[in-house]
Design a protein around this ligand. Sequence first.
Ligand SMILES: Nc1ncnc2c1ncn2[C@@H]1O[C@H](COP(=O)(O)OP(=O)(O)OP(=O)(O)O)[C@@H](O)[C@H]1O
Ligand SMILES: [Mg+2]
Length: 187
Amino acid sequence: MYKDTFRTLVKRLLKHISPKEKEQFLVDITKHLYETEWWEQADTIGITISRNIELDTDPIIQQAWKQNKAVVIPKCYPEDDHRMEFYQYTNKHELENVFLDLYEPKKDLNKLVQPQEIDLLIVPGLLFDYDGFRIGYGGGYYDRFLENFLNHKISLAMEQQLVKHIPRDQYDLPVDAIITEKSIYTI
Ligand SMILES: Nc1ncnc2c1ncn2[C@@H]1O[C@H](COP(=O)(O)OP(=O)(O)OP(=O)(O)O)[C@@H](O)[C@H]1O
Ligand SMILES: [Mg+2]
């Protein structure tokens, strides 16, 4: 329940940050991201198509393509034990609007990518702590996915999305690092 309270509060906070401000935060965050070895060495990047209140992931996807990296995006299966699969993403026409402002890849088995092929996974979330724990959007999709994911996993956030400690449930799994506009917090 505490997680839902935080979700409501953080969503409200994110709604009040203007697109212009978010754009500037993103510029500073990605500047750090692109300098990391995780980014430089990754051939395949796992990332979401951002929703309206989030930091826009499109510039990151464009940058990955520019650097000849493969981009893979998740498809969630709410009716199949909140499983998540990643698919190759090469252009906008491959997207399907599944709910409100939520976009996912169409199911195309030729484009299915196995977890071990993803070198760097950018894990979305609303609130984070310095140990890498997070409150996501509440589906438990990433917690389940991370159980079998051994490569690098990081999150991008604004400093105002960072708190000292997030109470954790036994199934919550931390990311390896959080990159903000100010710093890279390696866990
Ligand atoms: N590994 C798991 N196995 C079974 N159920 C899980 C697992 N991880 C999470 N869940 C379930 O998913 C629900 C949502 O978890 P939680 O509130 O931590 O979501 P979240 O971390 O915000 O979501 P996400 O991981 O998609 O970002 C919980 O009620 C929990 O029971
Ligand atoms: Mg969780």
